[in-house]
Every structure is written in structure tokens, then in C-alpha cells.
Write a protein that binds this ligand. Sequence first.
Ligand code: ZN
Ligand code: ZN
Length: 359
Amino acid sequence: MKDCRAAVITAHDQPLEIRRIPIPQLDPGSLLVKIAASTLCGTDVHRWHGPLEGHDSLPIITGHEPCGYVEEIAGERTDILGNPVKRGDRIVWSYVACGSCYYCSVALQPCICRGRASWGHNRSDRPPYLLGSCAEYMYVPPPCLIIKVPDSVSSASAAASACAYRTVMHGFDRLGAIKSHETVVIQGSGPIGTFAAAVARDHGAKKVLVIGAPAARLEVSKKMGADAVVNIDVTDEKERHQWVRDHTDGRGADIVIQAATNMAVPEGLTLLRDGGRYLNIGVGGKANIAVDRLPQEMLLLTVRSGEPRHWLQAIDFLASRNDTFPFEEMISKSYTLDEINDAMQAMASYRVVKAAINF
Ligand SMILES: [Zn+2]
Ligand SMILES: [Zn+2]
């Protein structure tokens, strides 16, 4: 086996090509994983449309949400819980921070380490080639922490935990406890917003309200824990403001979670009660935060990505809450690798909550 098939962005906004990519030699501690499923994320679409800041020199293998079977291990490895990893195990794996910069070693905020390795934006014509998830195989660098996937979690759901879901877990980690009298408003009904609805419900919120679109996504939000939803396509900001006030005795939400883009922040701040907590998870897009009024007292949190424990928390949540939430409905449609362009289009047009490439 010298090479494998992968979906490659060769030019921005042009159809992706299926190319043959070399399989690299494994260095000590690294793994080769046979991909079982790769889910697509909004970031993959943004990267396809044009370069994201700081990186993206083409060609790149698209995708950064992989789940797969260990094909080969160079040496002995254990998972994040200390159990041995062997050939055939189904796994997800964390990103790698440098461990020695200011963010890693002083601030203890490895998610913003400037030297952090991540997937889906590395050149596919340079070793180790296979660092994108829409490929038959992926290379796992030695320092990545490994999380085994229980049988009760599908490969597509596990793949989604490698980006969207673990970022949500990071957000709730920073947010702290949700009290039983608190109302949570979520801006966004994509994968992050919908998963956040389930976690907010699970963490004991009195009421979970989701603002999003289109209607089909909002239906999934309801099954995932939202008590009420409002469609942004048929309401204006004033109506949504009133809707939140009507649900909160006129005060505004105790917690607002931004799971859309930074452009939603100004509206989100008006939905928050004085003294509330604002959690900014959907950190993509331009930020133009001009507001007439800020809440009196508030906590504003922004999170990016996740630490290895958040990968584990996401997988554990999927496994242990399987009976409560229909996680499989988050994966709206499955595609083959050859259908990658259809899958990217479906994500770009918001027709699906999440698209999965199954192998
Ligand atoms: Zn992502
Ligand atoms: Zn670092």
C-alpha cells in the first residue's frame, strides 16, 4: 500500500478532485488510521471558498473531523485513559499544542497556541501528506492523545466530536454550572448550536431557546432539547428580542450562547439579562460589535477549539446520553468520497445540519 484516495482542494471555489496521495513512513509513536467516517464542518466550506487567515496554501485534503480504525502503530501507545491502543481500535484523536510557548506553559490556554497542529489545512504534496480527514487514511502525529470510541457511538457522531462537539464541551467547561432556574438562549441551529441545546438541557437549564434557520434544522434542535425555537428567516431582531423577553419575565436570558458567527454577537448581547453570561463559541467571521447598551454586569467568554479532555467529554456524552437525544439526526446525510462536491454544497447551502463522508 503506497498511496490512497483523498478529496483535495486544488483551487478555491472549484470542484474538489479525488487524488491519490502517498502514505507516509511512520515515525516512532505515530499511527496510520483507516478512516471510517469524516464529517464536514462550516470551516471546511469557508476554506474551500477562499484561504483562511494565516494558512491554506493549496493543495489540501479537506476535512478535520475524522474517526477511524487503527491500521498501524509505530511502537506502543496508550489512550487518554491509559489503556493500550491496538490495531483495529476505533478512535478519535486530539490536536497537538507545542507545550512550551507562553499560551501552553504560562497561560495554560493551549487552544490558542500559535504552534498547534490541526487538520484540514496542510499541504497534501508534502510529508506527512495525510492530514485531512476526507481521505481513506490519515496520519496521526505522535503527540496526539487518543480517545477510543465505544460501540454505542456511530463513527459519524464520533467524527463530529472531533470539532463541533468538543468545542461545545470546552464552552460549557468555561461557562460553569447552569442553575435550575436559568434560561439559555442559543443563537444558531447548526451542529454547534444543536449540540449545545442538548448539553444545556442535560446540565439542568430551566428552559432552552434556539434562534436559527432553516425550519428543518430547528426541528432537529427541538428533538435535541430546545423547548422553543424561532426562525430568523421570518422574524426580525426586534421580534426575537421580544420573544426572549416573553420567555424570561421581561429580563432577558441568564445565558446566551453564540453558535453562529461573530456577526450575531451584537444581537446576542441585547438578549442577555443584566448580570448574565455570554458564551461565544461560533468565533468565525468578521466581528463588528457595535452596541447601544451593554448589560450591567456580565461575563463574556470566548472559546476556540478544545483541549484533549473535551474530545473525551464529547465522546462520553454521545455514549451516555444516547437514549435521551437522537444524535444520529444531527448527521443529516451521508455521502461517499466520490460525492464530496455534493456534500460540500449541501453544507454550503445549510441544507443539512451535518454531512458525513462514509468509507
Ligand atoms: Zn470544524
Ligand atoms: Zn504552545
